[in-house]
Write a new protein. Structure first.
Lengths: 151, 738
């Protein structure tokens, strides 16, 4: 039995300890907002917060999150009002939208640590999040808009 | 000869295109097949004037979108066309995704067609509904129909303050006949078309509630991961099924035979389990013995073969003037190579299927639900009315999800195990079992006269054709593949010849965003640059000189899919606008360069100027991309701009990194570490200039891609003097860190 907190709720799971957090969230807990893109830590689609830090959930076995706190895109805000979500809408970032939960979770954790980032800092922090639709310019802009308002 | 010049005025052309007239209201009628009632899966609307619209008494306006949403903005732009003529309140509409059904007309979401092919029919559908609501109100009030008008979800009476909501009129309107003659709004009265609109799904996308195919969860559903034959035609000899079945959570391990053209699945062993992860993990201990298969293609050998081909005379396709009789003063030639590419949409292929007694239910991120419906009905031997194809959101498609293979695997597997099942491809599966963008070798030869003008132009192109996915043994390119870029060359050159070759290949070739325009635009734009340099001309001015006075060029039969013609004046205009925006001709510091390309594709005109910086280690940074785009009437400027930005990123990915190689018939790449796509650091500033001159809408999703690679290479030449002729940059010996 593994216990962890997901989006503020305590979960006790009797699941394969090797199962990556990504699949626990998606298949066991029904939280489909966290996406599968590569399964190898190469694309960032599966990014969630683990104790407030951005991690690739496809590379995070369930066993390693015992007692810890996980936040997914569904738990980032209850109503889409997180500054990143607001900025993402405002800058009209999404195209297909598939990579965006991962982008937003990565950006939210980054801005919490680096409230007023420089351009190179943004590029470095976001380097692991791929977007095949090519929304990078708008993501950059949305991060600049949201910067300063992320707690 | 494929191109003929017609001296018709621009005004006449517009009239002939039957889309917009200056006289305001445009009369049209609604095609018979669209009059079938739309049945809302949730609530039956009282007023269903056609398959695209449902209005219920409680004032809910349902708009049915029959094309797939894959980042193309189709669900928004198409709703805008309906809502405009319907006079529907934008904030109150409800979007319903159509299932695959021929009653919606063409649902094939590729070829940059969602807006352009539905521009008329959706506006007409909206107008028909609006006129019926107006007629119902006039009858209710006992007034002349001419005295009522619809606005924002209500019908008003001009002479009084009387008004009625659409909901209040729904039942009465449902009893009326569709008007024979429809009056469409005049473009200057548009309140929705041409205005920026947020994607209807944007909120769901940023909160994680948007549902893609991979997110499907149905009662009793199992999960599967498939081990497919490494060569397209290898067969299963044996596999360790019982061993894999012992893993807790594994339900079954079964083999599936290959399905031939045009479904194109490979023989596979499916590991079926109670979760995606269990299926994927169990697959790691699965061992399959394959019979070799005959495919043995290796990239280096194939390249040599294609290169040998373009030295010889090929099959002539376009033949203007007499290339043999011309006696040019100077000759110049060059060869260009572009490799196989894979689509790599962020959402890998996946599909849910439930085959029960005589029925089949599929939910998939498909670009072509009708093709899939037909394939499933044929495979199961049932009538297609018993096959339901639901279309989820697509996490990118780029042509990959036009193919029925991944969903047909799910259909076959569900039939086999008699359970509802979802198949999820890994990224490795997607990269190794693609329907690849073809590789292409080209040789261009030009003859120049004393003044340096181009007298002769010979374009040879050799590539495996995408017809192979439709028919076994196809070797000769289709006319439409040659129409993509080379036979539509718009320049005034007296002697033009294009040649192509039969090429045998075991690789499955498919569509990828802008298809053969990628290699052809690359070769043509790079070669023009080489000619400009060798004749000491400015490449932009040379293009404009070659275009000369505006002409309307007829398209070849293969490319004629609507009221479209190539207008060289429109091409010249985007060339001038992009050059001006980029301050073409400005002097740049050492190590910087500006490169130019322009291309006509999917009936749209795009010109691009790319500014690069190259440092002493030959590392290339793309600083800025100026794009000028003429795609006719712009329906949603937000989406058009975003699509061009996206196409630039897609073009940079393939120019800098994209390359699929084969060794002995097996694809060598596997994931984003060896099939690299652009990252944020590679993303330049992109400035998009939209020319909206009221012409009928043309393609948007694809036309931004073809000019990217040649503009980049021409910029690298301008910055360094090094001429590169093969893609991607990372595989050349130019150096630099990729
Ligand atoms: S799915 Fe985890 S990084 Fe790609
Ligand atoms: S928006 Fe489609 S992958 Fe990023």
């Amino acid at each position: 039995m593994i216990s962890l907190t997901v989006n503020g709720k305590q979960k006790n799971l009797d699941t394969d300890k090797d199962m990556p957090l990504l699949w626990v969230l998606r298949d066991v807990l029904g939280l489909k907002g966290t996406k599968f893109g590569c399964g190898q830590g190469l694309c960032g689609s599966c990014t969630v917060h683990l104790d407030g830090k951005a991690v690739r959930s496809c590379q995070t076995p369930l066993a390693s999150v015992e007692g810890r706190t996980v936040t997914t895109i569904e738990g980032l805000s209850t109503d889409g009002s997180h500054p990143c979500q607001v900025a993402w809408r405002g800058e009209k970032v999404p195209q297909c939208g598939y990579c965006q939960p991962g982008q937003i979770m990565n950006a939210a954790a980054f801005l919490a640590e680096t409230p007023s980032p420089s351009e190179p800092q943004i590029e470095k922090a976001m380097a692991g999040n791929l977007c095949r639709c090519g929304t990078y310019g708008r993501i950059k802009k949305a991060i600049r808009v949201a910067s300063g308002s992320v707690k | 000869m494929n191109l003929t010049t017609q001296k018709i005025s621009r005004k006449k052309f517009l009239e002939g295109s039957a889309a917009i007239t200056a006289a305001g209201l445009f009369l049209a009628c609604l095609p018979e097949e669209l009059l079938a009632a739309f049945t809302d899966p949730e609530t039956l609307s009282q007023f269903n004037p056609n398959v695209y619209i449902g209005i219920s008494s409680d004032n809910v306006i349902r708009l049915v979108i029959h094309r797939s949403e894959m980042g193309n903005g189709a669900r928004t732009s198409m709703a805008m066309l309906l809502a405009e003529e319907l006079e529907a309140p934008w904030e109150k509409i409800k979007i319903i995704q159509a299932v695959g059904d021929a009653k919606y007309n063409d649902q094939n979401t590729d070829g940059s067609t969602s807006v352009r092919k539905n521009w008329d029919s959706l506006r007409r559908a909206g107008a028909a509904a609006r006129m019926m609501l107006e007629a119902a109100a006039a009858a209710r009030w006992g007034v002349n129909e001419k005295t009522v008008f619809a606005r924002n979800g209500e019908v008003h009476h001009r002479g009084s303050s009387k008004k009625l909501s659409y909901g209040a009129l729904a039942i009465a309107a449902s009893k009326l006949k569709t008007p024979k003659k429809l009056s469409l709004k005049s473009p200057q009265d548009y309140t929705i078309i041409g205005t920026p609109r947020d994607l209807v799904d944007v909120n769901a996308m940023v909160t994680g509630s948007a549902r893609y195919g991979i997110d499907v969860e149905e009662p009793g559903m199992l999960h599967a991961s498939l081990e497919r034959s490494p060569r397209v035609d290898a067969e299963i000899v044996s596999f360790n099924g019982p061993e894999v079945e012992r893993i807790p959570g594994v339900v079954a391990v079964v083999s599936l035979p290959a399905q031939s053209q045009d479904v194109n699945t490979s023989a596979a062993v499916a590991v079926v389990a109670d979760s995606t992860w269990t299926a994927m993990k169990a697959r790691k201990i699965l061992k399959v013995r394959w019979s070799g298969g005959r495919s043995s293609e290796s990239t280096d050998a194939k390249k040599t073969e294609l290169q040998a081909l373009v030295q010889k005379k090929g099959k002539i396709s376009r033949n203007d003037g007499d290339i043999g009789a011309a006696m040019p003063e100077k000759r110049i030639n060059a060869e260009y190579f572009t490799p196989y590419l894979v689509h790599a949409p962020m959402e890998p292929p996946n599909a849910f299927a439930n085959v029960t007694e005589g029925k089949c239910h599929v939910i998939a991120p498909t670009q072509q639900p009708q093709r899939l419906r037909k394939a499933a009905a044929k495979f199961l031997g049932i009538n297609k009315k018993h096959v339901t194809i639901e279309v989820s959101l697509l996490g990118g498609g780029f042509g990959r999800k036009s193919q029925p293979d991944f969903a047909m695997e799910a259909v076959a597997l569900s039939q086999r195990i008699k359970k509802p099942v979802k198949i999820t491809w890994t990224r490795e599966d997607e990269v190794r079992h693609g329907t690849y963008h073809t590789q292409c070798m080209q040789r261009l030869d030009a003859g120049l006269n004393k003044k340096g003008n181009i007298e002769t132009w010979r374009h040879r192109t050799a590539f495996p054709t995408l017809l192979t996915i439709f028919a076994p043994g196809a070797v000769s390119p289709a006319e439409f593949e040659l129409a993509q870029g080379i036979n539509t060359l718009p320049y005034r050159i007296p002697n033009i010849r294009t040649e192509s070759y039969p090429v045998k290949s075991d690789v499955r070739i498919g569509w990828l965003r802008s298809v053969l325009h990628i290699p052809h635009s690359f070769a043509i734009n790079c070669f023009l640059d080489e000619i400009a340099v060798s004749t000491k001309r400015d490449p932009v001015q040379m293009r404009l000189d070659l275009l000369g006075k505006p002409r309307i060029l007829e398209l070849s039969e293969a490319e004629k899919t609507g009221p479209y013609k190539q207008d060289t004046g429109r091409l010249a205009r985007v060339i001038k606008r992009a050059a001006k925006a980029a301050s073409w001709g400005k002097s740049l510091p050492k190590g910087k360069g500006l490169g130019f390309a322009s291309h006509y594709s999917f009936f749209s005109y795009v010109a691009m100027a790319i500014e690069v910086a190259v440092n002493d280690e030959n590392e290339v940074t793309v600083d800025r991309v100026h794009c000028a785009v003429d795609c006719g009437t712009v329906v949603n400027p937000d989406t058009v701009t975003a699509q061009i930005e996206g196409a630039v990123s897609f073009g940079l990915s393939l120019a800098l990194f994209g390359e699929i190689t084969l060794k002995d018939g097996v694809v060598q790449q596997s994931n984003f570490d060896d099939y690299v796509i652009a990252r944020m650091k590679d993303a330049p500033e992109i400035i998009v200039d939209l020319v909206d001159n009221g012409d009928i809408p043309t393609g948007v999703g694809e036309p931004g891609t073809p000019p990217v690679a040649p503009a980049l290479y021409n910029a690298i030449y301008a910055a360094t003097g090094t001429r590169l002729r093969s893609l991607p940059l990372a595989s050349t010996d130019f150096g630099g860190q990729w």
